[in-house]
Design a protein. Sequence first.
Length: 261
Amino acid sequence: MSDLLSSKVAVVMMATGGINFEVARQLGQVGARAVIVNGRTEASGAAAVARLKESAPATDYLFVAADASDGPSQKVLFDVAQERFGGVDILVHAGRSPNPSGGVKPFTELGPETFEGAARGYFLSLVYACHYAVPQMMGRGGGAILAVLSDAAKIPTPGESVVGGAMAGAAMFIRTLAREMARHQIRANALTPSLVRDTQAYDNVMRQEFSRKIFEKAERRAGLGLPGPEDLAPMAVFLCGPQSAHLTGQTITINGGLAVA
Ligand SMILES: NC(=O)c1ccc[n+]([C@@H]2O[C@H](COP(=O)([O-])OP(=O)(O)OC[C@H]3O[C@@H](n4cnc5c(N)ncnc54)[C@H](OP(=O)(O)O)[C@@H]3O)[C@@H](O)[C@H]2O)c1
C-alpha cells in the first residue's frame, strides 16, 4: 500500500473483470481516493466492488453501469464523478464492439454490422469518454488518460483488419490529444496488449478455429510467456500516476515478446 495517488479520483471502464479489474485494484493499492468501476450489470458490479474493497479498504469504490460500446451512454460515469467527488483525475478507458459476433475473421466474412461496431466500440467510445472527462480534468488542473487498446493498432494481424483500423484510429486520437492537452497538464497514453491470459477475450479467440490457429502461433512466439492482467496493471498505474509526469502520447505494448511493435 502507498499514497501515490491519494486524493485522485479515477473512472475505470470495463472494470468488473479482465485487465481493468486488476487496474482498478492496483489503483486502490497505491491510494486512489475513489474509483468508479464500470461494467454492464449490477450483479457483477456489486461482486467486483466487494472484492476491490477487500483489497484496498481505504479507497471509495463505486459501481456505475454504462455500456462501453456506446459513447453517449458513458456520460453517467462522469456525471457521478462530478456529483460525488467533484470530477475525475484519471480515466482508464476500454471499449468493446456492440457486435461481439464480429470477432477475429477474414475481411470477406465481415459486414456492415462489424464495421459500425468496431468504429463505435473502439474509436468513438474513447472519443466520447475523453469528451466528458477532459473538461473535468481541466477544471481540476490536470489529469491522466489511459486507453487500453490492442496491438492490432500497430501490427497488421490477419482477421483484425477492421478492429485494427479502429484501434489505430484510437491510438492516433490519443497521440494527438496528448499534444493538444499538454498545456493543460493532461496526459494521454495507450496500452496495447496482444493476447492476455485469464480474460474472456482469450477464451473467445481460442474457441473459434480461425482465430485459434493465429493466436496459438502467436502464443508460442511469446518467449516471456503471455502476460496476464497482473502484468499489465503496474504499467497502467505508472502511466496514470506522478512517476510518469513527463510521459505523454505513447502507445506501449506488453505482449510477452510475441511481436515487437
Ligand atoms: N484480453 C485480451 O486478450 C485483449 C487483447 C487485446 C486487447 N484487449 C482490449 O483490452 C480491453 C479490455 O479487455 P478485457 O479482455 O480485459 O475485457 P473483458 O474481460 O472482456 O471484460 C472486462 C469486463 O468488462 C465488462 N464489459 C463487457 N462488455 C462491456 C460493455 N459493453 N460495457 C461495459 N462493461 C462491459 C464485463 O463485465 P459485465 O459482463 O458484467 O458487464 C467484464 O467483466 C478491451 O478493449 C480489449 O479490446 C484485450
